[in-house]
Design a protein around this ligand. Structure first.
Ligand code: PHE
Length: 341
């Protein structure tokens, strides 16, 4: 037993002091210690000479010897590999290691495009909180408690404070801007909004909007139309037609919804436009005098227009995405299709 122990110590020293100079030396090591006729096998063969009452201790010794021989082998192989790799870096004729790159999310691509179109005509970007209070999301927008228009924007309330809601539209940023800035105001406000809807291909409990607001002296409905027409031609091309339909929003008067001629079928009628030739892309109107008054702006001196467009909707029309759920499923097969954008 003592002889075995001594023998193992000698081998252990050899193992620990081994110099893995190159692959051939390492192979020698492997054959000598771990090969079928190697030292590890040999010393295990000694077991038969160990007296029964010592077998347990001997087994433990042999086991840790085997583990050492194997672990050092792995370690030496790793060292050799790293050394090899280091010298490979110096060989500039070898191809580089490709790094997989991510892609921009299609909604972000659309958002960036919307922002840059409006930046060109002097709008700057503004943002606001997604958890809003009742005043900024509803009341200051001429939508007092119990106003029926609130029903169309059922949202999520925060139980910690009954005054807090997840904002239902980016129009809340209009309120935040008018509270801080005096006209002239010209902003584009992108962001995420929430509604209490059952998730399907056409509805989701959250989506994205971009809000536009322009308040100054002598801003007219004609300015609103021309601004939106400019946006549509930049976004969808000069052939695209627009039409305005009268609508209602408590915070604009008059209000309208704007449709564009279907870019998929060119107005002939298809699934996307539900065979009407037109698709709705935004709500808009002249900022309601009550709203201006709420923020201490005199509606006799200043007028303004506002609009809110759906980023998912624009992306759907532009890239023909037929299911809203795809945007938030994180499916790499979907996301990769936007790699070139
Ligand atoms: N906030 C409205 C909505 O979410 C859209 C809108 C914005 C309408 C600005 C008019 C002016 O439906």
């Amino acid at each position: 037993m003592d002889a075995l122990q001594q023998q193992l110590q000698v081998y252990e020293q050899e193992i620990n002091e081994f110099d893995p100079a190159d692959a051939a030396a390492l192979e020698q090591y492997r054959i000598r210690f771990l090969g079928t006729k190697g030292i590890v096998k040999q010393v295990w063969g000694e077991m038969k000479n160990v007296p029964v009452d010592k077998k347990r201790d001997a087994g433990q010794l042999l086991n840790s010897f085997k583990q050492l021989a194997e672990a050092r082998y792995e370690q030496y192989a790793h060292m050799l590999n790293t050394v090899d790799k280091k010298s490979a870096v110096a060989d500039i004729s070898l191809p580089g290691t490709p790094l997989p790159t991510g892609t921009r999310h299609p909604l972000r691509v659309t958002e960036n495009e919307i922002i840059s179109i409006f930046e060109k005509i002097g709008f700057s970007v503004a943002t606001g909180p997604e958890i809003e209070d009742d005043w900024h999301n509803f009341t200051s927008l001429n939508m007092p408690e119990h106003h029926p228009a609130r029903d169309m924007q059922d949202t999520f309330y925060v139980s910690q404070n009954p005054d807090w809601v997840l904002r239902t539209h980016t129009s809340s940023v209009q309120a935040r801007i008018l509270e801080q800035q005096k006209p002239p105001v010209r902003v584009i406000c992108p962001g995420r909004v929430y509604r209490n809807e059952t998730i399907s291909a056409r509805a989701h409990c959250f989506f994205h909007q971009a809000e536009g607001l322009y308040v100054d002296k002598d801003v007219s409905f004609a300015d609103l139309k021309q601004t939106l027409y400019y946006f549509v031609t930049e976004m969808f091309g000069a052939d695209t037609k627009v039409r305005f339909r009268p609508s209602y929003f408590p915070f604009t008067e008059p209000s309208a919804e704007m449709d564009i001629s279907c870019t998929i079928c060119g107005g002939k009628g298809c699934n996307i436009c539900k065979h009407t030739g037109w698709v709705e892309i935004l709500g808009c109107g002249m900022v309601h005098p009550n709203m201006l008054r709420n923020f201490g702006i005199d509606p006799e001196v200043y007028t303004g227009f506002a609009f809110g467009l759906g980023i998912e909707r624009i992306t759907q029309i532009k890239y023909q995405v037929n299911d809203l759920r795809l945007y938030s499923q994180n499916d790499i097969r979907f996301l990769k299709q936007f790699q070139s954008l």
